[in-house]
Design a protein around this ligand. Structure first.
Ligand SMILES: Cc1cc2nc3c(=O)[nH]c(=O)nc-3n(C[C@H](O)[C@H](O)[C@H](O)COP(=O)(O)O)c2cc1C
Length: 236
């Protein structure tokens, strides 16, 4: 297995003017950028070239796609907006799919209220699963965020958050390392040939009915070609 540093970019998940999440994301990048075995960079969703008059993989930002492809894991800094996630974050995440599969993700919630974005994290979990990302079971929470940084953007109680970041990164690095090994070295399937990089291999009753097959014996494979076109095939 490659012993190259893990590449774990940090996604700043809101375009809002005056966003506090920017302080959080920049602090994480600055911290983990100093670690020996990790490469990182900030991905600001404000800067992505993704139109908003369409949705899905056909509107990929090539650079974002390439960065997701190269990544071993992700950190998503997500503010809580009405207990949910910013629409633009979801819109941008939806432009990739196979780029994420079997990669680790750690979630960092940011909120004005005291709960540190726990509700937005809960709401993001099913999205992560459907994208093929593996969430770790330790989150970062920046509650009452307006009180945490000074005017220059410096975290006031750095020691507390460094401790939490280290625990979070222990989990994320472990998961990213294991999954890198799995992606490159583990094959399973009936003939030991499956590389497990496909997406959405699911029972599909509608197609089964159309083909006169039993839904339980039928799966629809959905994959994405190089052109970004969604392709489906049915296996009995
Ligand atoms: C549309 C909107 C909805 C919000 N809803 C919540 C909320 O449900 N819970 C909460 O604690 N803070 C809420 N906030 C406050 C944000 O959590 C707060 O602005 C915080 O600083 C993180 O977001 P930011 O990065 O945009 O600043 C909301 C803010 C906006 C703009």
């Amino acid at each position: 297995m490659s012993d190259a540093p893990l590449f774990i970019p940090v996604i700043l998940g809101t375009p809002r003017q005056g966003r506090q999440s920017e302080y959080v994301a920049k602090w994480i990048v600055e911290q983990i950028g100093q670690w020996n075995n990790i490469e990182t960079e900030l991905i600001d969703i404000r800067t992505l070239s993704i139109p908003i008059n369409d949705a899905g993989e056909s509107i990929k930002d090539p650079q974002f796609s390439a960065t997701m492809e190269r990544s071993d894991g992700l950190i998503i800094v997500v503010p809580e907006y009405n207990h949910g996630y910013p629409g633009l974050l979801k819109h941008d995440l939806d432009t990739c799919l196979k780029e994420y599969i079997h990669k680790a993700v750690g979630l960092c919630g940011v909120s004005a209220g005291p709960f540190g974005g726990t509700r937005v994290i809960q709401n993001l979990l099913p999205v992560m699963r459907e994208l093929g990302l593996m969430t770790i079971f330790y989150d970062l929470n920046f509650g009452s965020v307006q009180d945490l940084f000074d005017e220059s953007g410096k975290l006031k109680d750095e020691a507390t958050y460094v401790r939490r970041l280290e625990r979070f990164m222990d989990e994320l690095v472990w998961m990213a390392t294991v999954l890198r090994f799995g992606r490159t070295s583990v094959s399973v399937g009936k003939k030991g040939e499956t590389t497990m990089n496909f997406h959405a291999n699911k029972p599909c009753p509608e197609i089964a009915a159309r083909m006169g097959m039993d839904a339980m014996d039928t799966v629809m494979q959905v994959s994405c070609s190089e052109t970004g076109k969604i392709e489906t095939s049915v296996e009995g």
